[in-house]
Design a protein around this ligand. Structure first.
Ligand code: G3P
Length: 512
């Protein structure tokens, strides 16, 4: 058993959809230094969303430098950072040339819907109804597979690399680990099960790539290179940082960001759940060491695999949450920064009859309507910006309610309270609305960087900074704020009924 020295720290790379961060945690699980960079979002056509894979790497390197410099000015030594964990936006698909290590196309982001028609054809293929039992995910534009197929069909450079057997596919974790290890030369080409479970290539029961799945998608496995699936916490499998201020430090943990948030919220036992309001919003409910396949529109995902005994979660995924607030800022100019949304929403008493179905990427769980598009209902001459702001916040809260209802049906156990984190939870108004709409208390910890903390925990276990879950029991427990529901069941159901009506009415636009 590894035991790290007492003054050990753990770094955490949090590579999200809109920004990259690096945080340094002490043994008490407190962040002591951090650096954040927002990077460029590419929307070349309606429904398309891309990132530059090289910019992702640069942003990570800059964040590490920035945070470590702050850490040093606090009097610490970079040498006390004993390991680094990685957490990342999931499903986003990166392809590169396995011989040169250079990307062959922009990364297609998880929100992208360009391959909607391709997915429709896949849904009609014989055997499509068996996929979810094998991999835990229903066919939709969301997992990586459709994005990869689209690239092979539409990008000549990608098709050529595939034909010549040098097409490497990875989710962002695999790409980042590969490049931070120096790329093609070291060729550290790995992923963890929480990320691999988002591709549709991995069997959710065995945590291995599944021939049936790969055959269904008609991949030729002599032509496609997939990362090796290793444990989420491992002192060796992920290699080491090869450049920069932390050169030589091991990458010792890796988790998809939603799994990391569950770990950061210490969701280590079945029945624990968390809801993270980031770019999207994702509710994960720990179901234990056996996967539960949903029959109510949820996904089955790997929560984490620290020791060869994988833990599973049921997941409700909402495509648009914080991105709807950004939308009001960037596209409508309603606010100057995301944090102003609450102030704007509080300029009015209620939503004034406005409902905003923020279906920018169709609707994910539990609906899976790929033909839905963002629609604002109930506008009159009375409507003010504040009403739209309220309706925007409410959209995520309504979808969370729909997911909790589905989860109660799948698990047979309704949640007693909901642990939350992520940027949007800074809004007291949003959290009160959430408690009102789900009818159970909402609990917000003081330290909201639970995603980064989760990756630090995965790495910290591998290098002996922590040895047991028990050691983490006092982490982030002080200063939890609880929002109690303030409306009655009748009112709640009335509001939800209007939402459901709006959801049905926003369909059918995608193909017009
Ligand atoms: O599945 C997508 C998810 O991992 C993205 O998370 O935090 O960028 O909304 P976030």
């Amino acid at each position: 058993v590894l035991i790290a020295p007492h003054d050990s720290y753990v770094g955490s790379i949090d590579q999200g959809t809109t920004s990259t961060r690096f945080l340094i945690f002490n043994r008490e699980g407190e962040p002591v230094a951090s650096h954040q960079i927002e990077f460029k979002q590419y929307y070349p056509h309606p429904g398309w969303h891309e990132h530059d894979p090289l910019e992702i790497i640069t942003s990570i390197e800059q964040c590490i430098e920035g945070a470590v410099k702050t850490f040093e000015t606090q009097g610490h030594s970079a040498r006390s950072i004993k390991g680094v964990g990685i957490t990342n936006q999931r499903e986003t698909t990166v392809v590169w040339d396995s011989q040169t290590g250079e990307p062959l196309y922009n990364a297609i982001v998880w929100t992208d819907t360009r391959h909607q028609n391709l997915v429709r054809k896949l849904k009609a293929r014989l055997g499509a109804d068996k996929l979810q039992d094998l991999c835990g995910l229903p066919l939709s534009t969301y997992p990586s597979v459709g994005k990869l197929l689209w690239m092979i069909e539409n990008v000549p450079k990608v098709a050529e690399a595939y034909e010549q057997g040098r097409l490497a596919f990875g989710t962002v974790d695999a790409w980042v680990v590969y490049r931070l290890n120096g790329g093609a030369k070291a060729n550290i080409f790995v992923t963890d099960p929480s990320n691999a479970s988002r591709s549709m290539f991995m069997n959710i029961h065995t945590l291995k790539y599944d021939e049936q799945l790969l055959d269904f998608f008609r991949f030729d496995m002599d032509k496609l290179k997939l990362p090796k699936i290793v444990r989420s916490s491992d002192p060796k499998a992920y290699g080491t940082l090869t450049t920069g201020i932390l050169k030589g430090v091991p990458i010792a943990g890796c988790l998809g960001d939603q799994s990391a948030a569950l770990v950061g919220q210490k969701g280590f036992t079945p029945g624990r759940a968390k809801n993270t309001y980031g770019t999207g919003c994702f509710l994960l409910y720990h179901v234990g060491d056996k996967p539960v396949i949903s029959t109510h529109g949820l996904l089955t995902t790997v929560a984490y695999d620290f020791d060869g005994k994988p833990q599973y979660a049921l997941e409700g995924s909402i495509a648009v949450a914080g991105s709807s607030v950004k939308f009001l800022q960037n596209n409508f100019g309603f606010i100057g920064s995301s944090s102003e949304i609450s102030v704007l929403a509080e300029t009015v008493e209620d939503n004034g009859g406005v409902t905003f179905v923020t279906a920018f990427s169709g609707l994910f769980a539990p609906y899976w309507y790929d033909d839905a598009r963002g629609t604002i209902f109930g506008i009159t001459a009375y409507t003010q910006k504040g009403h739209v702001a309220r309706a925007t916040l409410e959209a995520t809260c309504f979808q969370t309610k729909a997911i909790l209802d589905a989860m109660a049906k799948d698990s047979g156990r309704p949640l007693a309270e909901l642990a939350v984190d992520g940027g949007m939870t800074n809004s007291d108004l949003c959290m009160q609305t959430q408690a009102d709409l789900i009818g159970i208390p909402v609990e917000r910890p003081r330290m909201l960087e639970t995603t980064a903390l989760g990756a630090a925990i995965a790495a910290g276990f591998a290098i002996g900074v922590w040895q047991s879950f028990d050691e983490l029991k006092n982490v982030n427990t002080a200063g939890v704020k609880t929002f109690e529901p303030k409306i009655n069941k009748e009112e709640r159901e009335k509001r939800f009924g209007r939402w459901e009506k709006a959801v049905e009415m926003c369909r059918g636009w995608a193909n017009e």
